[in-house]
Design a protein around this ligand. Structure first.
Ligand code: FE
Length: 286
C-alpha cells in the first residue's frame, strides 16, 4: 500500500548575503520557518560568474552541533580546517562535514578561480545533529563526482544522483547520523517517477532549474515544496527541470541556534561562544 504525499506548502527562496559577500538563494530558514527539522538551512550558491580577482568565500569561522553538506555543481571550492583537513571540492563532488563538538574552517573559491574568475554554483545544507551527537568528534566524508551513485529510469527521462538514501536501486555511500535522503534529480520533458520517502520523514523538493511537477503541483525555479505526510512523492516534468529531494527523520528536540552554533539550550550556546573565544575549537594551522 502506498500513500502518496502531496505538497502542503510552497516556500519562495529569498536572496541573502553570506561570508565575505557572496549571494545565496535561501528557502530555509525564512520568515515563519525556522527549520524543516532536521534541516536547518538550505542555501543555493550562485550560479554566479566571477571576473578575475572577484571570487569570494567564507574565511575562518567556527561551527558546533550540526553538519554542513556542500555539493558543488560548477566551479571549485577549497577548504581548510582546524583538524588539519584540507581539500578541493569540484563539479559534482560532495563534502559532508560533521562539525560535532567544534571546528574552525574556511570555505573559499580555489586559488585558480580567485585568479582567473569563473562560474560558481552549488549548495550548502545544514543538517542538525541529535542531542547525543552534538559534541561528537568532527568527521569528514568526501565523495568525488565519479564515486557518487547515479541511476536512470527505464525510459531514460529521469536521472538521479544519490548523496544520501536510496533511489532507483542506487544506495548512497555517505553515512548519516539519522535517516536522511538527499538526491539530485534531473527531469527531462515527460519524466515521471514515484520516489519512496519513508513515512517517518519530513521531506521537501527544492527546484533550481525550470519548473517541476511535484505531486502534480507546479514548482518553479527557486521554490521549495514541502510535502504532506505519506510514504512516496511523485516527481514529473513537462520541461527540463532540476531539483534536490531532501527528507529526514525529525529530531523533535529543543532548538537553540546562534549564527554558526546550533545546540539544544541557551546555556549550551553561551558555552559554545565561550569555547570559541577561548580558542577551544582550534585554529587553522597555516
Ligand atoms: Fe562553514
Amino acid at each position: 500500500m502506498t500513500n502518496a504525499r502531496t505538497v502542503r506548502r510552497i516556500i519562495q527562496s529569498h536572496r541573502q548575503r553570506e561570508g565575505a559577500g557572496f549571494i545565496v538563494r535561501r528557502p530555509v530558514p525564512t520568515v515563519g520557518v525556522e527549520q524543516i527539522d532536521p534541516f536547518l538551512l538550505v542555501d543555493e550558491m550562485g550560479p554566479i560568474t566571477y571576473a578575475p580577482g572577484e571570487a569570494v568565500g567564507a574565511p575562518d569561522h567556527p561551527h558546533r552541533g550540526f553538519e554542513t553538506v556542500t555539493y558543488v555543481l560548477q566551479g571549485e571550492a577549497q577548504h581548510e580546517d582546524s583538524a588539519g583537513h584540507r581539500g578541493t571540492i569540484g563539479p559534482g563532488d560532495v563534502q559532508w562535514m560533521t562539525a560535532g563538538g567544534g571546528i574552525v574552517h574556511s570555505e573559499e573559491p580555489s586559488d585558480a578561480m580567485k585568479r582567473d574568475g569563473g562560474t560558481m554554483h552549488g549548495f550548502q545544507l545544514w543538517v542538525n545533529l541529535p542531542k547525543r551527537d552534538k559534541l561528537m568528534p568532527p568527521r569528514y566524508q568526501e565523495v568525488k563526482a565519479a564515486q557518487l551513485p547515479k541511476a536512470t529510469t527505464a525510459d531514460g527521462l529521469a536521472k538521479v544522483t544519490v548523496i544520501a538514501g536510496e533511489a532507483l536501486g542506487a544506495t548512497a555511500r555517505i553515512e548519516t547520523r539519522t535517516p536522511i535522503i538527499y538526491q539530485h534529480w534531473v527531469l527531462e520533458p515527460g519524466a515521471r517517477v514515484e520516489q519512496p520517502v519513508d513515512a517517518a520523514m519530513q521531506g521537501f523538493a527544492y527546484v533550481f532549474k525550470g519548473t517541476a511537477l511535484v505531486a502534480g503541483r507546479e514548482v518553479k525555479d527557486g521554490q521549495l515544496a514541502l510535502f504532506s505526510s505519506g510514504d512516496s512523492i511523485e516527481l514529473a516534468a513537462t520541461e527540463r527541470a532540476e531539483l534536490l529531494l531532501l527528507a529526514g527523520q525529525p529530531l523533535n528536540e529543543p532548538l537553540a541556534r546562534y549564527g554558526p552554533f546550533v545546540m539544544n539550550t541557551e546555556d549550551e550556546l553561551v558555552q559554545a561562544v565561550r569555547d570559541f573565544q577561548a580558542g577551544r575549537l582550534g585554529q587553522i594551522a597555516r
